[in-house]
Design a protein around this ligand. Structure first.
Ligand SMILES: [Zn+2]
Length: 440
């Protein structure tokens, strides 16, 4: 970290914890049905922090109180393609009675900031804000244009946030080639090594409704044309199906690196054998190795002695980049001719390569702050706003750097009870982002 130009200029490391706490205290719960408080208060707070250091963010509202903001920070060389740094302002809801500390009080205890959004993703919003503010106060400029964007509605798919911005205000991202955001850049302790996972790929999703239609009738009679029977057969075939391994370049690289760290032989025809030694790895990697389809809801009937005319099931399907067609063909085979499928919600898969100057900048920044660590790409089984921005041709990475204690179950923090982030990790993250920004 550079020395501040005067003792009055607060450093990012000084500010990051307070900024994170202030953001957590602004309840921006997203219930997915528009009933929440919205992101306006959080967006206005962020706009204030940026205005204070001379940036002029633009506010956008996709609906009442569904607020996002964007500001372009001119770099040394504006002829270079820009870098997008984006974070969402909404959080998933939290039930205070389940928590050790009030989820919106942002208590600091046991070396951590506790609260909803501490890792998803007000921590990254805070780290970015802290670093940008320090640079502005010191009169520094990034090497190329940086577009800072804080978004509504990520937790419900971005229809009022990233998707809306991309559809309605694509000009804000003109000339941007790459992006960084959440769910990557954190450390995982494997054996004696610390491995930083950079997200370079995301599975796609197809939420399907299955419908069986047959003949209604009396529950006392012989009745072979039964919608409930047909639907449940289809659902159980899907639920029991063993999806074949479909390895993308990201997942292969991830497995090779992890096998090396674990000191095990990697058999690419049975990659799970190598991961079996490490629970967290098996859990995180397993779902990225293949398509998945999980039946999640059933709906049929209204009276015990009436055979209903229709039966419905909801299935959550996720596909590996490049395997959407195979997913749907397999589902069609499994459900057979008596059940039809309808689309409810879908989103694309994305994958980029783990190379180039921006990746080098991430790896170097992590190496400088945590010498001897390893940096590895991985595929996320869920999605982030990077999917929306990929529609503008922007190459997205999950890079919200955190060095975490070895015993912390970080994956459980996302949307979990007692979500928290170590204060040391926040400070580490600002140092990494500072270095990254200087070389990006
Ligand atoms: Zn998130």
């Amino acid at each position: 970290m550079p020395e501040p130009t005067s003792p009055d200029v607060p450093t990012a490391e000084d500010e990051v914890v307070d900024i994170c706490r202030d953001l957590i205290r602004i309840d921006s719960s997203n219930y997915g049905d528009g009933s929440g408080p919205g992101e306006r208060a959080a967006a206005e707070h962020v706009a204030g922090l940026l205005s204070e250091v001379g940036l002029e963010p633009q506010i956008f509202e996709s609906a009442e109180r569904r607020t996002s903001l964007v500001v372009r920070w001119a770099g040394e060389d504006s002829s270079r393609p820009g870098l997008l740094v984006h974070g969402h302002l909404d959080v998933v809801p939290a039930e205070a009675r389940d928590w050790t500390y009030d989820p919106f009080a942002a208590e600091v205890a046991d070396g951590c900031v506790w609260g909803r959004g501490a890792v998803d993703m007000k921590h990254m919003d805070a780290m970015v804000l802290a670093v940008v503010r320090q640079w502005r106060l010191e009169g520094r400029r990034p090497p190329r244009d940086v577009v800072l964007c804080f978004l509504a509605d990520e937790e419900a798919g971005g229809r009022y946030g990233a998707h809306w911005m991309v559809d309605n205000h694509p000009g804000q991202f003109e000339g941007v080639s790459e992006a960084i955001s959440e769910v990557g850049g954190f450390s995982l302790s494997v054996g004696d090594e610390r491995v930083y996972l950079i997200e370079t790929a995301q599975k796609g999703l197809r939420w399907l409704r299955l419908v069986a239609e047959a003949r209604a009738g009396h529950g006392s009679l012989i009745h072979h044309d039964n919608a409930v029977t047909a639907l449940s057969e289809a659902v159980s075939r899907i639920g029991r199906y063993e999806w074949p391994i479909r390895m993308t370049p990201t997942v292969q690289r991830f497995l090779e690196e992890m096998a090396d760290v674990l000191g095990v032989e990697l058999d690419l025809t049975d990659p799970e054998a190598a991961m079996a030694k490490h629970d967290a790895l098996a859990r995180s990697a397993g779902a990225t190795l293949r398509n998945t389809a999980n039946p999640t809801m059933l709906r049929a009937g209204y009276k015990h002695n009436v055979i209903p005319q229709t039966a419905e099931a909801m299935v959550d399907c996720r596909f590996v980049p490049g395997y959407e067609d195979e997913l749907l063909a397999t589902i069609d085979e499994l459900i057979g001719p008596d059940v039809r499928r309808e689309d409810v919600i879908s989103d694309i898969a994305v994958e980029t390569t783990f190379d180039g100057a921006l990746v080098d900048a991430m790896v170097a920044a992590l190496q400088a702050e945590d010498p001897g660590s390893r940096t590895v790409p991985y595929c996320l089984s869920a999605g982030t706003d990077n999917k929306s921005f990929s529609l503008l041709g922007i190459r997205g990475f999950g890079f919200a750097p955190l060095r975490l204690p070895a015993d912390m179950d970080f994956a459980a923090m996302f949307h979990g009870i007692d979500e928290r982030v170590p204060v040391d990790s926040l400070r580490f993250g600002t140092r990494v982002l500072d270095r990254f920004l200087a070389t990006s």
